[in-house]
Ligand binder design. Structure first.
Ligand code: NAD
Ligand code: MG
Length: 391
């Protein structure tokens, strides 16, 4: 019986994780859950899974949740410290890190520092602090398993026990697939007027709003390039993005002998979640079997830089190094939130990120404080830039 903490239980990844766990009650038990705003859902999850702890953001939210849970033994906690606490509980075997954005970094790091098996959905943690994060994984004997579908596919397509040197195992390139999102074929002029609702209507995946907008701009793929850089110790030149609209091939590994290994499946996050939960074993995930005859064909295109400038900005930040990826991430979070609130036109998202990167002098990612400072400075700068350009 494995005991699990789910950080971000009320999100899209969190809900899918609970779905997989509920299929295997003899193998997994939920010890702690966290949520932020959807307190009714968190209360329902607590009723169904009876965790020992539930964590929310504020004292007020904690009081509201407590009232909803009267009679349950679940202890309700709140705040960042409490997130780190449930990530590092001695009894916990596995932590699902599924908080969205920079808010997920410190709790995920707490799980790593406690030497847990960490299932990482929160890609922003690696974008902001990849070097430090991977160092802590090594230093604390944590086991890091990627949940992001592309990275999970690459993990499955690399030799088992891959130790961090691509050349040693004959790998030439990692090929990250991208669907191209909802605006892949929209006339460029029409991008001027797209709404948050259109941007969130992803053709293949149902996800949280932030990652849905990131998928439309392809910043999601940019963040994933940086994520792959750290997870697999790959250089920017070893990571190539391939648009594959069907989202059936989740990513590929190209070897020096010409072999290309890939992982395929229906676009359903329960597959990578189940893989990471059970690794190296396999468990049923509730995902329908892939029907190749129904799919019929698989297409591939090179990404169009004019349509997806965010992808180039992510490579730029990766090349700059230091805290540039943390700045990129923070500026993106501000720009996306502003777009979702109707204060920034879609096409300005990339402009805000580019201007923020230009404004902030490069700094070294010496430690977590340096990363958090870069994050804060970039948020301020991006907020001011949105103020100039927003409506
Ligand atoms: P979501 O918006 O559906 O859920 C986010 C979760 O984080 C919720 O539980 C929310 O309560 C919590 N949260 C939000 N702000 C918080 C804060 N300030 N403090 C504490 N908790 C907070 O997002 P999602 O789509 O589930 O994505 C979660 C993470 O997984 C993201 O980093 C995303 O990039 C990554 N990811 C998601 C998918 C997907 O299919 N949804 C796929 C790959 C990777
Ligand atoms: Mg992904």
């Amino acid at each position: 019986m494995k005991l699990i903490t789910i950080l971000g239980a009320t999100g899209s990844i969190g809900v899918n994780t609970l779905d997989v766990i509920a299929r295997h009650p003899d193998s997994y038990r939920v010890l702690a859950l966290s949520g932020h705003t959807r307190l009714d859902l968190l209360a329902a999850q607590c009723l169904a899974h009876q965790p020992r702890y539930a964590v929310v953001g504020t004292a007020e939210a904690a009081a509201t949740l407590k009232a909803k849970l009267s009679g349950l033994p679940t202890e309700v906690l709140y705040g960042t410290e409490a997130l780190a606490q449930i990530a590092a509980l001695p009894e916990v075997d596995t932590v699902m890190a599924a908080i969205v954005g920079a808010a997920g970094l410190q709790p995920a790091l707490a799980a790593v520092r406690a030497g847990k098996r960490v299932l990482l959905a929160n890609k922003e943690a690696l974008v902001m602090a990849g070097e430090l994060f991977m160092h802590e994984v090594q230093a604390n004997g944590a086991i890091l398993l990627p949940v992001d579908s592309e990275h999970n596919a690459i993990y499955q397509s690399l030799p088992a026990g891959y130790a961090g040197n691509l050349a040693d195992v004959g790998v030439a390139k990692l090929l990250l697939t991208a669907s191209g999102g909802p605006f892949r074929t929209l006339p460029l002029e029409a991008l001027e007027f797209v709404t948050p609702e259109q941007a969130c209507a992803h053709p293949n995946w149902v996800m949280g709003k932030k990652i849905s907008v990131d998928s439309a701009t392809m910043m999601n793929k940019g963040l994933e390039v940086i994520e792959a850089r750290w997870l697999f110790n790959a250089s920017a030149q070893q990571i190539e993005v391939v648009i594959h609209p069907q989202s059936v091939i989740h990513s590929l590994v190209q070897y020096v002998d010409g072999s290309v290994l890939a992982q395929l499946g229906n676009p359903d996050m329960r597959t990578p979640i189940a893989h990471a939960l059970a690794y190296p074993e396999r468990i049923a995930a509730g995902v329908a079997p892939l029907d190749l005859f129904a799919i019929g064909r698989l297409d591939f295109h090179a990404p169009d830089q004019a349509r997806f400038p965010c992808l180039g900005l992510a490579y730029q930040a990766l090349e700059q190094g230091g805290n540039a990826p943390a700045v990129l991430n923070a500026a993106n979070e501000i720009a996306v939130a502003s777009f979702l609130e109707g204060r920034l036109p879609y096409r300005r998202i990339a402009d805000v990120i580019a201007a923020t990167l230009d404004t902030i002098a490069p700094t070294v990612a010496a430690d977590l404080n340096a990363v958090m400072l870069a994050d804060a400075v970039a948020r301020d700068a991006a907020t001011k830039i949105v103020g100039h350009w927003g409506s």
